[in-house]
Design a protein around this ligand. Sequence first.
Ligand SMILES: Cc1ncc(COP(=O)(O)O)c(C=O)c1O
Length: 429
Amino acid sequence: MPPSLTQFGTQMSKLTGVRAIMKDIIDTLGTTQGQSFINLSAGNPVILEPIAQLWRDCTADLLSSPDYSEVVCRYGTSQGYQPLIEAIIQEFNQRYNLHLNARQILITPGSQALYFLAANAFGGYTTEEKLKKVVLPLSPDYTGYGGVSLTPASLLAYKPRIDLQDRKHRFKYRPDFDQLCFDSQTGCVIFSRPCNPTGNVLTDAEVRQIVNLAQPLNIPVFIDSAYGPPFPGLNYTEYQPVFAPNVIHCMSLSKAGLPGERVGIAIGDQAIIQALEAFQTNVCIHSGRYGQAIATRAIKSGALAQLSTTVIRPYYQAKLNILETALEQYFPDNIPWFLHVGEGAIFGWLWFQNLPISDWDLYQKLKAAGVLVVPGSPFFPGLQQDWQHIHECIRISLTATDAEIEEGIKTIAAILPKVYSSKESAKDR
Ligand SMILES: Cc1ncc(COP(=O)(O)O)c(C=O)c1O
């Protein structure tokens, strides 16, 4: 008998966005016998040996240290493991010339949990029954934001401007400041920089403009730096994180080789951090301390920041080059395909202008041809307008091997002319 769930229960027990597609992909991989697939859909980072070795070394150090039993055999504070908090303060104060104190840091069990806390502490109904919005200033963005709110009506995303680049077949999304509007109904703002799925890095000026629009209204801006510097440093364009009184700088160690340990980091205003910390205490008491203890060692020694720029970044940047070369070589020039400029993260984002079928149908066709990608539409959570562009994109993961990326692109290239010459457009929309 199915369990009798509440409104929240029903909503939170549904798979949203890419998680639903991942289930289809896992089912496909598990049930299709005799057919092999090129998997360009994976979001799981590649295990890079020097990074895995760093975590092994930090674990060995923890195991042999007198701290071990204190770390794993006792509860800690909800805010996080104090030596990790100190290591982060030292790293950020030194690197970015800040004056952070310990009350400005919160460690969460992964950064997804942090966005859950943020979206529900600042978005949803107020005690006066007013709906506060969680604003995503530039859609598409991380699909996970679509599932974090207990009040889905609070999510509001803005359609971007599309900048075609001088380089043929390249484009970049930009926030549309003519539309973007914050007011007393805005609870908080969230965006990823670098962006999953597009690889976009909002410019410093764009970020400052968003932050400055929010500041007079006392609206917190959560800048999701899951791919940003100093770790994992998956930015291919140089930039500095933006710090301001209303900015909560959010980080994750997942793309720095530690997704299994669930370590998220929030840095920002003390009062906001305190509210999130209390929320976290109610939800899960605190983040696991083993991951926090090995992270302390990796950050304090400088090894994590260093390996981010010498190992993690070059690895994915080389994959991006493989993807770009394959696209130039195999994709038909006469088809209006566009790659989002690759400024960071671990994905390539492709837009097929005037695609005659939906992104979901394209996904199915590619699947039938043995290539798994992620259809783009789940990356537009909170966008309330109907917009054909939503159904014209796919995400390609840079976690595949060079040969798989090349072979996958070759297969997609062979299918595109057939898709564009098809007459399916009307019925698929
Ligand atoms: C942009 C972005 N933010 C947040 C997350 C969540 O990461 P985690 O909860 O592992 O820190 C991800 C995961 O892929 C992501 O891509």
